[in-house]
Design a protein around this ligand. Structure first.
Ligand code: NAP
Length: 320
């Protein structure tokens, strides 16, 4: 059974241990994202691939890997970098790592929400530059978070973890999904709204949908225009769910108060107008990046590969 498993990036040792103990011939590619040529070359003959969000795993990749390829385990809950349709056509199982990163990613969403509202980035830059001269009654004022209204776009696993945090801050919770989540409504006191109405109603918007054709630029100029002038937008989902150019314009015009972002349309590039602005907090895609959670993600991805290559059902298969 054992054969070649390609791990496209350096991952926590706990994940590699699962693969090595199962007897696979493990190739670990690089710390930085591999160049396409090197990635394809390394894929030749692999039975299993452990990929991350920085690799495009498409039909070409699978064809180069060859007919022995049985499983692509993406070390992420999002799998917009994998062509699941192409995998299904070739009989390749695709898996992801849902559930183990919800609380950790929700922590980052809430961290960005607080930092954007209370102007932490701007205030810290001022202090570090030696420009903080005195305590001031009007210095770095921002809107309160506690007791306000939050709107969660995509009340799934991570969205619900954000809602639990919001409850601790005494916030009213509104959400928009394609379908109602009645259990979450009962547990969290969350109220469903159409997207337009939600944007007009809430003080904070946190986006948690997957990236699909339907959610690309779900938050664009029109949607930003519906938000309150003191509203704060947080995006920890995937960059293209928010129209970055439109967001930069809204922040410049002051039509919303601030934003907190962990993800970007063309990572690692960030829209130059966002880089110039004080009223946006920018994190480099660190949502799931706690020590414990990255271990759990690596182990889960490795276990999914081991299961498929042993002929067992994997824990986290994804379908188109
Ligand atoms: P999930 O449990 O599947 O939740 C996603 C939610 O989005 C679902 O409740 C779904 O509900 C809703 N949704 C889907 N399409 C929608 C649409 N067109 N309009 C409105 N709502 C829609 O996923 P999750 O585990 O919470 O993860 C969410 C995303 O977060 C992932 O896909 C990933 O891209 C991102 N993520 C980012 C990081 C990071 O490091 N920043 C870390 C982890 C995850 P309906 O089906 O009812 O619409």
């Amino acid at each position: 059974m054992p054969g070649k498993v390609l791990v496209t990036r350096e991952i926590p040792e706990a994940g590699l241990r699962v693969l090595k103990e199962a007897g696979f011939d493990v190739t670990v590619l690089s710390e930085a994202p591999p160049a396409r040529d090197g990635l394809l070359e390394a894929a030749r003959g692999a039975k299993g691939v452990l990929s991350t969000v920085t690799e495009t795993v498409d039909g070409e990749f699978m064809d180069v890997a060859g007919g022995g390829l049985k499983v692509v385990a993406n070390m992420a809950v999002g799998y917009d970098n994998v062509d699941v349709g192409a995998a299904q056509e070739r009989g390749v199982v695709v898996t992801n790592t849902p559930g183990v990163l919800d609380e950790t990613t929700a922590d980052v969403a809430f961290m960005l929400l607080l930092a954007a509202a209370r102007r932490l980035g701007e205030a810290e830059r001022t202090l570090r530059a030696g420009r903080w001269e005195w305590w001031g009654p009007k210095l770095f004022m921002g809107p309160d978070v506690w007791g306000k209204r939050i709107g969660i776009v995509g009340l799934g696993r991570i969205g619900q973890a954000v809602a639990r945090r919001a409850r601790g801050f005494g916030m009213e919770i509104y959400y928009h999904n394609r379908s109602r989540k009645e259990e979450a409504e009962r547990e969290l006191g969350a109220r469903w709204m159409e997207l337009d109405e939600l944007l007009e109603t809430v003080d904070f918007v946190s986006v948690h949908t997957p990236l699909t054709e339907e959610t690309r630029h779900l938050i664009g100029a029109e949607e930003l225009g519906k938000m309150k002038p003191r509203a704060v937008l947080v995006n920890t989902s995937r960059g293209p769910v928010v129209d970055e150019a439109a967001l930069a314009e809204a922040l410049e015009a002051g039509s919303i108060f601030a934003a907190g972002l962990d993800v970007y349309e063309e990572e690692p590039k960030v829209h130059p107008k966002l880089l110039e602005r004080e009223n946006v907090v920018l994190a480099p895609h660190i949502g799931s990046g706690s020590i414990e959670t990255r271990d759990r993600m690596a182990v889960l991805a490795a276990e999914n590969i081991r299961a498929v290559l042993r002929g067992e059902p994997p824990k986290n298969p994804v379908e188109q």
